[in-house]
Design a binder for this molecule. Structure first.
Ligand code: PEP
Ligand code: MG
Length: 840
C-alpha cells in the first residue's frame, strides 16, 4: 500500500502542508492545489492512506487531530480520496454534526425547511451507510419539517435500538470507520481492481467544513466544467440547483438551472452573474495551473461562493484526445504529456466503422452503448455457435442474456456482442471494449429465449438464430437487418496527436496489408509501409482461386508452367497497385505460404465445381485432392517447403514483383520475405533463384532496381539458428502467430476449443495468440534477435504476427532493439501512439 510512513496520519490542508497524492489521495491533494490558487475552499483536513487503513483494522483515530480545526459545533462532510477517481469508493457523507441542538439553532438562522433538510439528510445517510439500516424505512420529503425530523429520529431509534448519536465526535468517528471499512470490503476491492486499481490501493479521507447550500438568500450548489465530456471542445456544461447540497444538481436535474443563458429557462449566469463570473475566472486558473480540464463543485451560501472540490472531467475517448491536444497547443502541458494522457486502446474506439448518419434504422432494442463501432452479422446464441460461424467465415453477433468467462472464445469469433443484462462495467462491456468489438449491453427491452433460439424485440418483433442484425455500439442500439455503415475517420485532434507521436517514436510501424484496399487503409492511418503482404491472400477470390488450384493440381512441369503464366500478370498487377499506393514506402511481400488445405475444395460440391473448371472427371479430382491432403497441413507442405519442392512458383512471384517495381513508376525497392524457414539451406536455395530472377528481369527490361531479401522467423529452429540464417537475409521478421503455435505446440486452429478452460484455470494467464508470451516466445525473439545481429549487425528486425499492434508487445520488442512492428491496418494508430509512449 502506498502509505508513506513519513507523512502525518492527519493534516490540515494548507498552502504549505507537506502532502502528496500518493499518501493522501488525489482529492486531498487537489484541495491543496485549489487553496494554492486562492480559491475559497472551506477548511479541509486530510487523513492519510495509512490512517484510513488503520481505522479499517479497528485502530481508533485521535479526533483531537481533526476536530479542533473546525471550531465549536461544526458541520462537516467526509469524502473519499483515492489514487484515482475511476476506482470508485464510498459515497460522500454530508452534514455530520447535525443534532437536536444544531437543528434548533439552524431553524432560527436558516429557517425550518433548511434545518430539517440538513438534519434529515444526515440521519438518512448515517442510517444507511453507517448503521446499515434499511434505507426504505426513511422518507425523503420534498419540503421537510420538524415533524419529519422527529419521525426519522424515532425510526432510527426503533431500527438501531439506540438513539441517534448527538455528539459530533461520535458521529465523525463512526462515519470515518464505516468509510474505511467499505473501501476494504471484498466487493469494493474486486470492483476497483477491475478498473485497474492495484490490489493494495489505499484510500484517504477528506473532512471538510460544510458550505451549506440551503437557507436564506441565494443558496444552492452546482458543478461546472468548461469542456464537453463528449467531444472535448470548449463548452460550458453543468447544473446549479437552488437549496441543494453536494452533487444534487446533477442527480436531480428537475428544477436545476442551466449555467449559461438558455431559452428553455432561467440560468445561473443571469441569476448570479457575479458568482458565474468568478467561476469563469477560476476555471481559467484551474486549467492553467492544474493542467487539466476540471469539473468544479461549488456552493453558494447566502450569495457567497465556496469551491468544494474539483475532479478531472469524465471524457469519451474522442474528448480525451481533444483535451490533451488543446492543453498542449495552449502551452499548458508539453506534447509528451499529451501523448501519455491518451490510452492507445482508447484510440482504437475512434477507428471503427459507424452506422451511416442517414441510414434508416429499424430499432430492435435499445441498451447501453458499451463499446463503440457498428457491425452487422447473423444472430448466434452460444459461444460454440459463434466459433462455428467464424470457422465458416460468416460474420456473427453473439446474443446472450449476459456473458461470462466461458464466452470469451466466442467473443473472439464474432463481429459484435449484445446482452440483455449488464451495465458499462459488466463482463460483456469490459471484454467487448478490450477486443474493440461493437457492444450493446443491458438491452432490457428485448427478451432472449435460449431454448427456442429467438429474440423478441421492443415491438414484439421476433428474430431467430441466423437472422441478421446490426449492433450500433456507439449509440446503444440494435438494428434489424443490414444497415449501411461508414468507414471510421480520424479527426484533426487525433491526427495532430499522432503526428507528435511520430516525431517521438523510435520504432517503425508498418501494416499487414494483402490487398490494395488494405494498403489504402494503411496509408490513411500513416503506416510507415507494409510489413507483411500475405501473397496467397491475393488468390482467395473465385476466379483466381481456380487458376491457383490448376497450378496446385498440375501433374507435370508443362501444365504448371501454363498455370503460372496465367498467374504472373495477375500478381504483377497486384504488386504494381500496391507499390503505387504506397508511393515508395517499403513494401514487404511474403512469398506464397498456402497451407494447402486452404486452397482445396472441402466438400463434394466444391470438388464438382473444380472438376468442371479443370475439365477433369470428378474421380480424378477427388483422387488428386486425396493425394495432396495432409494429416497436419499447418506443418505440411507450406511456405518455403513449397518454394523448395516447386521452385517455379517463387520464381514466378519474384519476377512479378520485379516487373511490378519497374512498371509502378515509383521508387519501389521491394522487400521479399521467405516464410516458414527452418533451415539455412532453404534460404540459400531460394535466394539463388530469386537473385537469378532479378538478374533476368534487369536484362530483359534493361532497367535496374534494388530489392532486399529476408526471412520470416516462425519456427523455433529458425529463431535458434538466426545467426546462420542472417548470413543470407537482410532482414528477419518474426511471425509470432506460427512461432507461438510451434513454441507451445498449440494448434492455431484448434486451441480455441479449450483455451477458455486453460485461461479460467490459470494455466495460461491469457490466450498466447492474443497476448505475446514474453517468457517463452519472447525468449525466442530475444535469442533470435541477438544471434541474427551478432552475425549481421545491420540486419533489420521486426515482428509481423497479430501481436504487432499490442502496446505491451511493442514495448517488449522495442527493448529487444527491433526496428519495426507490423500490425493490422486498423491498429496502426494505436501502435503509433503506443510506440511514442515507450520512447517518452
Ligand atoms: C505469423 O505466423 O505470425 C504470420 C504473420 O504469418 P501467418 O499468420 O500468415 O501464418
Ligand atoms: Mg505464419
Amino acid at each position: 500500500m502506498q502509505n508513506d510512513q513519513t507523512f502525518a496520519p492527519v493534516v490540515l490542508v494548507t498552502n504549505t502542508a507537506p502532502m502528496t497524492a500518493a499518501a493522501y489521495g488525489g482529492r486531498a491533494k487537489c484541495a491543496q492545489r485549489l487553496i494554492r490558487l486562492d480559491m475559497p475552499v472551506p477548511t479541509t483536513v486530510a487523513l492519510s492512506f495509512k490512517a484510513v487503513h488503520d481505522l479499517a483494522q479497528g485502530h481508533a483515530l485521535d479526533l483531537g487531530l481533526v476536530l479542533p480545526h473546525f471550531g465549536a459545533a461544526p458541520l462537516l462532510s467526509v469524502r473519499p480520496s483515492s489514487g484515482s477517481p475511476d476506482w470508485g469508493g464510498p459515497g460522500a457523507i454530508l452534514n455530520i454534526g447535525m443534532n437536536d441542538r444544531k437543528f434548533s439553532e439552524l431553524c432560527e438562522s436558516h429557517g425550518e425547511t433548511a434545518a430539517a433538510t440538513l438534519y434529515l439528510r444526515f440521519i438518512n445517510a448515517y442510517a444507511t451507510h453507517v448503521a446499515r439500516l434499511d434505507p426504505d424505512a426513511f422518507d425523503d420529503p420534498e419540503t421537510p419539517t420538524a415533524g419529519d425530523v422527529m419521525k426519522a429520529l424515532t425510526t432510527y431509534c426503533d431500527e438501531a435500538d439506540e438513539p441517534f448519536p448527538q455528539e459530533v465526535d461520535v458521529q465523525l468517528a463512526h462515519v470515518l470507520r464505516s468509510m474505511a471499512r467499505a473501501w476494504e470490503g471484498t466487493s469494493a476491492r474486486l470492483l476497483r481492481q477491475a478498473k485497474g486499481a492495484p490490489a493494495d490501493a489505499g484510500l484517504g479521507l477528506v473532512v471538510q467544513a460544510m458550505a451549506i447550500g440551503v437557507g436564506r438568500g441565494e443558496c444552492g450548489s452546482g458543478v461546472i466544467q468548461f469542456a464537453s465530456s463528449d467531444t472535448g471542445l470548449p463548452e460550458i456544461h453543468g447544473r446549479y440547483l437552488r437549496q441543494s447540497q453536494g452533487r444534487e444538481a446533477l442527480d436531480r436535474q428537475v428544477g436545476s438551472l442551466y449555467l449559461t443563458k438558455d431559452p428553455r429557462g432561467p440560468s445561473f449566469e443571469e441569476t448570479c452573474p457575479e458568482a458565474f463570473k468568478q467561476l469563469l475566472d477560476y476555471s481559467v486558473l484551474a486549467r492553467q495551473r492544474l493542467r487539466e480540464e476540471m469539473q468544479i463543485e461549488f456552493t453558494l451560501e447566502s450569495g457567497k461562493l465556496a469551491i468544494l472540490d474539483a475532479v478531472r472531467i469524465v471524457r469519451s475517448s474522442s474528448a480525451a484526445v481533444h483535451i490533451a491536444v488543446d492543453l498542449a497547443r495552449d502551452g499548458i502541458i508539453p506534447r509528451e504529456d499529451a501523448l501519455m494522457r491518451v490510452d492507445p486502446k482508447a484510440l482504437s474506439e475512434l477507428l471503427h466503422r459507424q452506422v451511416a448518419p442517414n441510414a434508416p434504422r429499424s430499432v430492435l432494442a435499445k441498451g447501453i452503448a458499451a463499446s463503440p463501432g457498428a457491425a452487422t452479422g447473423k444472430i448466434v446464441f452460444t459461444a460454440s455457435d459463434a466459433q462455428a460461424s467464424a470457422a465458416r467465415g460468416e460474420a456473427a453477433v453473439l446474443v446472450r442474456r449476459e456473458t461470462g468467462p466461458e464466452d470469451i472464445r466466442g467473443m473472439h469469433s464474432v463481429v459484435a456482442v449484445l446482452t440483455e443484462r449488464g451495465g458499462v462495467t459488466s463482463h460483456a462491456a469490459v471484454i467487448g471494449r478490450g477486443l474493440g468489438l461493437p457492444c450493446v449491453v443491458g438491452a432490457s427491452d428485448m427478451r432472449i429465449d435460449g431454448q427456442k433460439k429467438t429474440v423478441i424485440g421492443r415491438n414484439q418483433q421476433i428474430l431467430r438464430e441466423g437472422d441478421v442484425i446490426t449492433v450500433d455500439g456507439t449509440h446503444g442500439e440494435v438494428l434489424v437487418g443490414h444497415v449501411e455503415t461508414v468507414e471510421a475517420g480520424l479527426n484533426t485532434a487525433v491526427t495532430t496527436l499522432l503526428g507528435w507521436a511520430d516525431e517521438l517514436r523510435d520504432i517503425g510501424i508498418r501494416a499487414n496489408a494483402d490487398t490494395p484496399r488494405d494498403a489504402q487503409t494503411a496509408k490513411n492511418f500513416m503506416a510507415d509501409g507494409i510489413g507483411l503482404c500475405r501473397s496467397e491472400h491475393m488468390f482467395f477470390e473465385a476466379d483466381r482461386l481456380t487458376v491457383m488450384r490448376e497450378m496446385i493440381f498440375a501433374e507435370n512441369e508443362a501444365d504448371r508452367a501454363a498455370s503460372l503464366e496465367r498467374l504472373l500478370p495477375m500478381q504483377r498487377a497486384d504488386f504494381t497497385e500496391l507499390f503505387q499506393i504506397m508511393e515508395g514506402r517499403p513494401v514487404c511481400i511474403r512469398l506464397l505460404d498456402p497451407p494447402l488445405h486452404e486452397f482445396l475444395p472441402a466438400d463434394r460440391s466444391g470438388l464438382r465445381d473444380l472438376a468442371e473448371a479443370l475439365s477433369l472427371p470428378l474421380s480424378r479430382v477427388t483422387e488428386r485432392v486425396e493425394q495432396l491432403s495432409e494429416y497436419n497441413p499447418m506443418l505440411g507442405l507450406r511456405g518455403v517447403r513449397l518454394g523448395i519442392t516447386v521452385p517455379e512458383i517463387y520464381e514466378m512471384q519474384a519476377r512479378a514483383i520485379f516487373e511490378a517495381a519497374i512498371d509502378s513508376g515509383v521508387d519501389a525497392s521491394p522487400e521479399i520475405m521467405i516464410p516458414l524457414v527452418s533451415a539455412c539451406r532453404e534460404v540459400e536455395l531460394v535466394k539463388a533463384r530469386i537473385d537469378a530472377a532479378a538478374a533476368a528481369v534487369r536484362v530483359e527490361r534493361g532497367q535496374s532496381f534494388s530489392y532486399s531479401l529476408g526471412v520470416m522467423v516462425e519456427t523455433p529452429r529458425a529463431a535458434l539458428r538466426a545467426g546462420e540464417i542472417a548470413a543470407y537475409s537482410q532482414f528477419l521478421s518474426f511471425g509470432t502467430n506460427d512461432l507461438t503455435q510451434m513454441t507451445y505446440g498449440l494448434s492455431r486452429d484448434d486451441a480455441g476449443r479449450f483455451m477458455s478452460s486453460y485461461v479460467q484455470q490459470g494455466v495460461y494467464e491469457e490466450d498466447p495468440f492474443h497476448r505475446l508470451d514474453k517468457e517463452g516466445v519472447g525468449e525466442l525473439l530475444t535469442l533470435g534477435a541477438e544471434r541474427g545481429r551478432a552475425a549481421r549487425p545491420e540486419v533489420v528486425l521486426s515482428i509481423c504476427g497479430e501481436h504487432g499492434g499490442d502496446p505491451e508487445a511493442i514495448a517488449f520488442i522495442r527493448q529487444c532493439g527491433f526496428t519495426y512492428v507490423s500490425c493490422s491496418p486498423f491498429r496502426v494508430p494505436v501502435a503509433r501512439l503506443a510506440a511514442a509512449q515507450c520512447a517518452i
